[in-house]
Design a protein around this ligand. Structure first.
Ligand code: SF4
Length: 246
């Protein structure tokens, strides 16, 4: 089926999310909580667009809006711009220390609104992507706790988590770099817990923490990795050439 985005005909499947179709067709829509590896969340609401169906316009969150039928979409209408600026201003009050949010505010012309109380020293916009990454890709060691302006992402009771495997997935998906991860050649510290690091037995590159590798092995049913992905490929290719010849 076809829909119109900013006046251009775009092919799509029924049920596809608007954000996906818009991006595939080269339209820029800002997002914070969207990640390709994780199902749409619709938390930061930055990806709003205007949809006109049967002559009626409405603002929708494009990352979780499935296309149901023919419609016209406007990614940068006046209504979208106005509401996006307000969303950004709220995000800036939530995370005034975040350079990423400051840059987005500048890019989209969001004015500083004095009546919004800023949360001191915060870079976290509470988009929940880290929590989802941990529960979907890892062990579910973190969650949001407290309420209102005290709401935060943390391990239970703010203590170093017993179940965290130190994989760093939470930090790698965070759109505002709000999760501190400190890594040397030997150790990784995250959420107040320090892990040893294992190195690839062939090239010496860091391949993960012992806990992370054991968890991955348990999940996949394979042996605990001792090689990095590149060296594993290399070893596999070598083994294949020995069996089948060059
Ligand atoms: S480092 Fe810990 S909290 Fe972060 S995703 Fe991995 S297991 Fe979860």
């Amino acid at each position: 089926m076809m829909i119109k985005i900013n006046g251009h005909e775009c092919a799509c499947e029924k049920g596809e999310f608007l954000l996906q179709v818009a991006r595939r067709n080269g339209f820029e829509i800002p997002t914070l909580c969207h990640h390709e590896a994780i199902e749409g969340q619709g938390c930061c609401r930055l990806c709003i667009v205007e949809v006109v169906e049967r002559g009626r316009g409405k603002i929708v969150v494009s990352c979780v809006y499935p296309i149901a039928g023919e419609c016209e979409v406007y990614t940068d209408s006046e209504k979208v711009q106005r509401q996006r600026r307000m969303i950004l201003e709220l995000l800036r009050a939530r995370a005034p220390e975040s350079p990423e949010i400051t840059a987005l505010c500048e890019k989209y012309g969001a004015p500083r609104i004095e009546r919004f109380v800023e949360i001191k020293e915060s870079k976290c916009v509470l988009c929940g992507l880290c929590v989802k990454a941990c529960s979907e890709l890892s062990v579910g060691a973190i969650s949001t706790a407290e309420r209102g302006i005290d709401k935060e992402v943390m391990p239970p009771y703010r203590e170093p988590s017993e179940v965290c495997v130190g994989c760093g997935s939470c930090a790698s998906v965070c759109p505002t770099n709000a999760i501190e991860i400190v890594e040397t050649n030997e150790h990784r510290t995250i959420w107040g817990k320090t892990f040893d690091l294992i190195h690839c037995s062939r090239c010496g590159r860091v391949i993960g923490t012992p806990e992370e590798l054991a968890y991955a092995a348990e999940k996949s049913g394979e042996e605990i990795a001792t090689l990095c992905p590149d060296c594993r490929k290399h070893e596999l290719a070598k083994a294949m050439s020995l069996v089948y010849g060059d």
